[in-house]
Ligand binder design. Structure first.
Ligand SMILES: [Zn+2]
Length: 270
């Protein structure tokens, strides 16, 4: 792709980084990323991916913007309350970068659409806000063999784990089954500082860029734990489980589970 003067100026700060340079930037232009959820994690993740020059970005979210989202989900304007999040986020992304190839899906990620969507992207960011969707992302990434940057954020912090199928552990190596509801409060139950979601979602975007460019040391086999209140960042080693139901030697999960099957898994764990 021929570079315009605008491209050189716009991406000059990326290109100055020796780990990126002009060839890395061209790689980003020809790369694609899918972000599941246009919420607290998806807001920074989507905009930093667009800002980095990732050529094609998909966003999938079946929810509508609620006033209570706006302490952290700043990809949506006040006037977007009540609108589909995917459409509102898409509008902001195109206003930010008009030449972006955008695919906005105003629907939930499901067993029916996950594999096809994941296979059409080079990396997936999980910005979802519930465990059934996080497990669906995990299982679909393993089955589709697409790298996934998993994360969760709550209260004043969060965790990130980068899952590279065939090369490192997955979410089910860490927690084989969906945790019971009582052990997994949501942001609407436990609260979240907007900036905490911003830190985690921004870090996810950086991980995705590392994966796309094959630079640095991804968070594969290491769970990053950020606690903003205590001002600590720690990494915990996550070994691969040979008996993992998703990525082990004899995996039980051969296809993404339906929503009711994930619910059943969660209710059995409680
Ligand atoms: Zn696993």
């Amino acid at each position: 792709m021929p570079w315009t003067d605008q491209d050189i100026l716009r991406y000059s700060r990326n290109i100055l980084l020796k780990e990126i340079g002009p060839s890395g930037q061209e790689k980003l232009f020809s790369s694609s990323a899918l972000v599941v959820g246009a919420g607290g994690l998806g807001s920074p993740a989507l905009l930093y991916l667009a800002g980095a020059g990732v050529g094609r970005i998909g966003v999938i979210d079946g929810d509508r913007v609620d006033l209570s989202n706006l302490n952290r989900q700043w990809i949506h304007k006040e006037a977007a309350v009540g609108r589909e999040k995917a459409d509102s986020a898409g509008e902001m992304l195109l206003a930010f970068r008009s030449e972006l190839r955008l695919e906005a899906h105003a629907e939930a990620l499901t067993a029916e659409n996950a594999l096809e969507l994941f296979r059409r992207h080079d990396v997936v960011i999980d910005g979802s806000d519930n465990f059934p969707t996080k497990y669906l992302c995990n299982d679909a990434a393993i089955l589709a063999k697409v790298p996934l940057v998993h994360a969760g954020a709550l209260r004043f912090g969060g965790q990130i784990l980068t899952i590279v199928p065939g090369r490192g552990p997955c979410l089910r190596c860490l927690l084989p089954e969906i945790p019971p509801r009582k052990d997994a409060p949501t942001c609407s139950e436990a609260g979240i500082l907007g900036a905490a979601a911003g830190v985690i979602g921004s870090w996810q975007a950086a991980e995705a860029v590392k994966i796309l460019l094959k630079i640095g040391d991804p968070l594969t086999g290491r769970l990053l734990v950020v606690d903003i209140l205590e001002a600590t960042v720690t990494t915990l080693t996550v070994p691969r489980d040979p008996d993992c139901p998703a990525c082990g030697k004899s995996p039980r999960i051969r296809a993404p589970l339906t929503a009711s099957e994930y619910d059943l898994e969660r209710s059995c764990a409680s």
